[in-house]
Design a protein around this ligand. Structure first.
Ligand SMILES: [Zn+2]
Ligand SMILES: [Zn+2]
Length: 312
């Protein structure tokens, strides 16, 4: 098997579902929540498979012909993401099918499905709504649009953002070619951008790599990963060590929160060196298993920029 095939097998839908299922029974983890995330991930993967099977020139909105793992080392701070907002093609039927899958996942696992019910009703009545929501959530995000829509269709803006980004993720991943390059982080220098070079999103999770302890960031939307300096806020770029903080449940934990006093943002961090040998970090699994860390950060007055929406 080639490195790419191996990476694909490790991160295939069945492998990720299995890893997610293994979270059930852990302290602080809700079984219903895990099962809902498994179903959301499966729905996203189904859409991603359809998109990946489409002809290469199906208007996926790639900027130029560059692959995301191209000459990253020579352009560590490249400002323009590969996937252009205005060029990203969003298939209406596929979006509607995804939303229907999300709704059954949430309903089946006892989640709060009122917001999804209202969103589905609004989407059936108003053509173009899902596409707009997906686009405005994936890029920016555009809070003005989200708040106005939230008020108009009586769905919480945070819920719109989460579902908008979860809908967008397969399209962005397909456009960025992220499923193929997952696990091979871009190089990053001192000037590395804090946003994903493929889709422009902020990171959803940080990892300290087993081999050398270096910091790898994972995109919250498309699954691309990249190297990033250790002492630098992933949100505002602040590198004053004394304004960086750390929150964790107990000293020996492999997972904690890193905070920035300047921008009040935080990122969940996993130290791969503290995991058993052979246990590999899968960002979606980590994010799902650490809701209690998000709560801890929020209690301390920090906020995460965007929810984790990538399907692995
Ligand atoms: Zn991305
Ligand atoms: Zn900051």
């Amino acid at each position: 098997m080639s490195a790419i095939e191996e990476s694909a097998a490790r991160t295939g839908a069945a492998a990720v579902a299995e890893r997610l299922e293994a979270l059930i029974g852990r302290e602080q983890v809700s079984e219903d929540y895990v099962r809902a995330r498994i179903d959301l991930m499966r729905a996203q993967r189904k859409a991603l498979d359809k998109l990946s099977a489409a002809p290469a020139d199906a208007g996926l909105g790639k900027r130029g012909n560059g692959e995301p793992n191209g000459d990253a080392a020579t352009h560590p701070g490249a400002a323009e993401p590969l996937v252009a907002e205005d060029a990203l093609h969003l298939d209406q039927a596929l979006l509607a099918a995804l939303l229907a899958d999300f709704r059954s996942a949430v309903e089946e696992h006892g989640g709060q499905s009122e917001d999804l019910k209202r969103l589905s009703a609004a989407a059936s009545a108003e053509s173009g709504l899902l596409e707009q929501l997906t686009r405005k959530s994936a890029f920016g995000p555009n809070w003005q649009y989200l708040e106005a829509t939230a008020e108009r269709i009586a769905v919480a803006a945070e819920a719109l953002l989460f579902f908008g980004r979860t809908l967008a993720a397969p399209f962005l991943a397909a456009a960025a070619g992220a499923s193929a390059c997952w696990g091979v982080p871009f190089a990053g220098g001192p000037g590395a951008a804090s946003t994903c070079r493929a889709c422009g999103s902020p990171p959803g999770l940080a990892m300290l790599r087993r081999d050398d302890g270096k910091r790898v960031l994972f995109c919250s939307l498309c699954g691309t990963s990249w190297m990033f300096p250790r002492v630098k806020c992933v949100s505002c770029g602040n590198h004053e060590r004394e304004t960086h903080g750390l929150l964790r449940i107990s000293e020996g934990d492999a997972r904690w929160i890193e905070t920035c006093d300047k921008c009040k943002n935080y990122i969940k961090t996993i130290d791969e060196r503290r995991l058993p040998l052979g246990e590999e970090v899968l960002p979606l699994v980590e994010d799902t298993g650490t809701l209690h860390l998000d709560m801890l950060a929020e209690r301390e007055g920090f906020a995460r920029k965007l929810p984790y929406a990538a399907p692995w």
